[in-house]
Write a protein that binds this ligand. Structure first.
Ligand code: AMP
Ligand code: ZN
Length: 470
C-alpha cells in the first residue's frame, strides 16, 4: 500500500517496523463539547485506514487518548483550559463534562460505524508517565523551568519545524493576534510541558509534581500515552491537519529528545471539513453534530458515505446540498444491491471475486483512495457475474467501508412486496392494465376493488403492477 507521509511529503510504500504488528496512534477528542462532523471526518478516515490494514492481513494495535486536561483555548499555551471552559458553560464539574462528552463521542462513533480503538486512555490517567518523561527531558537539558512552569527548549534541536510549511501563519504562534506572549519562554516556539502557574486560579485538575502542584501541557499527553502502550516506536500517527503544527511538531520534538532516536514512521493527516464560509470549529459558535443530522432525517451512514466519496487529503466542503447529493447516491447504491437476489443460488465465482477485490485494493493501495474503492463497488454491480459473487464482493468491501450495505439492502428488500405466483390474480392484474390502457378506468377500479375484497393490495411500480396480501 502506498500512503502519503506528511513527514517526507511523499507517497511511500507502507512497511511496518515489526512484520506482525502495525502500531497506530490517534489524537483523540478534547471532550469539552460534542465532536462536530468535521472532527468525525478525521475519525472516519482513520477508521478506514485501520480497517484496511486489517483487511490486507496486518494485526493492528491502535491507541487513542481522550484529552480531558491541558488543552488550552490557544495552541500557544495561553488561555483557559478548554475543559474548564466547558464545565463553566454547563455548570458541571470537569470530570462530569469529560464523562458526558466521552460517552457522546463514542455514541457518535457507533452510529458512524467507527470502531473503538484497542486502547482508549484519558489523559488524566497517566500523570506519572508525563512526569517521568519531563524529568528525563530536564536531565538531558531539553527542558527548563521558568516562572513556575516547565518548558521545552526548542533551540536545543537541530530541526524543530517539522510540519511548519502546512500553515505559515501558525509559525507565529507565540505572537499571533489574540495570543499573549509568555514572557517566561526563552524562544517563541518553546512550549509548556508542565504548568504550575495558571492565571485561572480555579484550574480544577491539579497533581503534585517535582515542580509543584499543577497540570500537564497538552502535547506531552500524546507522547506519554502512546509510549505507554506502543513502546518506543510507532508505524502511523494520525490526526487532523490542524494538529500538524504545533501539536505534532511538539510531540516529535519532545519524544525524539526523550528517546534519542526516531519515533514515528508515517504521519497521516486528514484535511478539514469546511463550511463554505470557512473552517468548522468547536470553539466558535454553532457547529454541526451527528444528532443534528439525525434530527433532520439523515442516516449517519449517509454522512460516512459522503466522506468516503472524497479523498482524505483534500478539503471537503460541507453544504446541505452536497450531503443531499450523497444521500441520493447512497440510496441508489442500496437499491441496486437490494435488487440482487441472495436466494438465487449458484456458487461464488472465485476468480471473478478475486478480480473485483483486486480493483478495490488498487484504489485503497493508492493512498487510501476511497472514491476509487467506491467506483470498484459500482463496477461489481455492473459486472456480468452471478448475484452470489456480487454479494460476496460487497460483503468483502464493506469490511473496510462499513456502510452496512448488505443489512440496509436486506431491509429494503423486506419492505418490497413479496412476489408470489398466482395465475388467477395475475390474470386480473393483466386485465386491469389492459382496461387502463383503453382508458376504461371504471373497469380498472372494479378489478382493484375485487382484489381488495379478496385481501390483495395492488402496488403500482415503474416496472408494472405488483401485489401483496394485506
Ligand atoms: P479536538 O477534539 O479539537 O482535539 O479534535 C479532534 C480531531 O479532529 C483532531 O484530529 C483534529 O485535528 C480534527 N479536526 C478538527 N477540526 C476539523 C475539521 N474541521 N475537519 C476535520 N478534522 C478536524
Ligand atoms: Zn495528540
Amino acid at each position: 500500500m502506498y500512503l502519503y507521509n506528511s513527514l517526507t511529503r511523499k507517497k511511500e510504500l507502507f512497511v511496518p517496523n515489526h512484520p506482525d504488528l502495525v502500531k497506530m496512534y490517534t489524537c483523540g477528542p478534547t471532550v469539552y463539547h460534542y465532536a462536530h462532523i468535521g472532527n468525525l471526518r478525521t475519525y472516519i478516515m482513520e477508521d478506514v485506514l485501520e480497517k484496511y490494514l486489517r483487511y490486507v492481513g496486518y494485526n493492528v494495535k491502535r491507541v487513542m487518548n481522550i484529552t480531558d486536561v491541558g488543552h488550552l483555548s490557544s495552541d500557544g499555551d495561553t488561555g483557559e483550559d478548554k475543559m474548564l471552559k466547558g464545565a463553566k458553560r454547563e455548570h458541571k464539574t470537569v470530570m462530569e463534562i469529560a464523562r458526558m462528552y466521552t460517552d457522546a463521542f463514542f455514541e457518535d462513533c457507533r452510529k458512524l460505524n467507527i470502531k473503538r480503538p484497542d486502547v482508549v486512555e484519558p489523559a488524566t490517567n497517566c500523570i506519572a508517565d508525563y512526569i517521568h518523561i519531563i524529568e528525563v527531558l530536564l536531565e538531558k537539558g531539553y527542558a527548563y523551568q521558568a516562572g513556575g512552569n516547565v518548558y521545552f527548549d526548542t533551540s536545543k534541536l537541530e530541526k524543530y519545524y517539522v510540519f511548519n510549511d502546512f500553515n505559515a501563519e501558525d509559525l507565529d504562534v507565540g505572537v499571533r493576534e489574540g495570543v499573549e506572549e509568555d514572557v517566561n519562554k526563552r524562544n517563541k516556539n518553546d512550549f509548556v510541558l508542565w504548568f504550575t502557574q495558571s492565571k485561572f486560579e480555579d484550574q480544577a485538575l491539579k497533581w503534585d509534581s517535582p515542580w509543584g502542584v499543577g497540570y500537564p501541557g497538552w502535547h506531552i499527553e500524546c507522547t506519554g500515552i502512546s509510549m505507554k502502550y506502543l513502546g518506543e516506536d510507532m508505524d502511523i500517527h494520525c490526526g487532523g491537519i490542524d494538529n500538524a503544527f504545533p501539536h505534532h511538531t511538539n510531540e516529535i520534538a519532545q519524544s525524539e529528545s526523550y528517546l534519542g532516536h526516531k519515533w514515528v514512521n508515517f504521519w497521516f493527516h486528514v484535511l478539514h471539513l469546511n463550511t463554505p464560509s470557512g473552517k468548522m470549529s468547536k470553539s466558535s459558535g454553532e457547529f454541526l453534530i451527528v444528532s443534528l443530522l439525525e434530527q433532520k432525517g439523515y442516516d449517519p451512514l449517509a454522512y460516512r458515505f459522503f466522506c468516503l466519496q472524497s479523498h482524505y487529503r483534500k478539503n471537503l466542503v460541507f453544504t446541505w446540498e452536497n450531503l443531499d447529493n450523497a444521500v441520493v447516491a447512497f440510496h441508489k447504491l442500496i437499491d441496486k444491491i437490494a435488487a440482487l437476489d441472495p436466494n438465487a443460488g449458484g456458487a461464488v465465482d472465485a476468480q471473478a471475486l478475486e478480480a473485483m477485490k483486486g480493483r478495490f485494493m488498487k484504489g485503497m493501495d493508492a493512498d487510501l483512495n476511497t472514491s476509487l474503492a467506491i467506483t470498484a463497488l459500482y463496477d461489481v454491480l455492473k459486472a456480468k457475474s452471478n448475484d452470489a459473487t456480487k454479494l460476496a464482493a460487497i460483503a468483502d468491501f464493506d469490511r473496510v467501508l462499513s456502510l452496512n450495505l448488505l443489512e440496509t439492502a436486506a431491509k429494503k428488500r423486506a419492505e418490497q412486496p413479496v412476489e408470489e405466483h398466482d395465475p388467477e390474480i395475475e390474470a386480473l392484474l393483466a386485465a386491469r392494465t389492459a382496461a387502463k390502457k383503453e382508458k376504461n378506468f371504471a373497469e380498472a377500479d372494479r378489478i382493484r376493488d375485487e382484489l381488495k375484497a379478496r385481501g390483495i393490495e395492488i402496488i403500482d411500480t415503474p416496472q408494472g403492477p405488483k401485489w401483496k396480501r394485506i
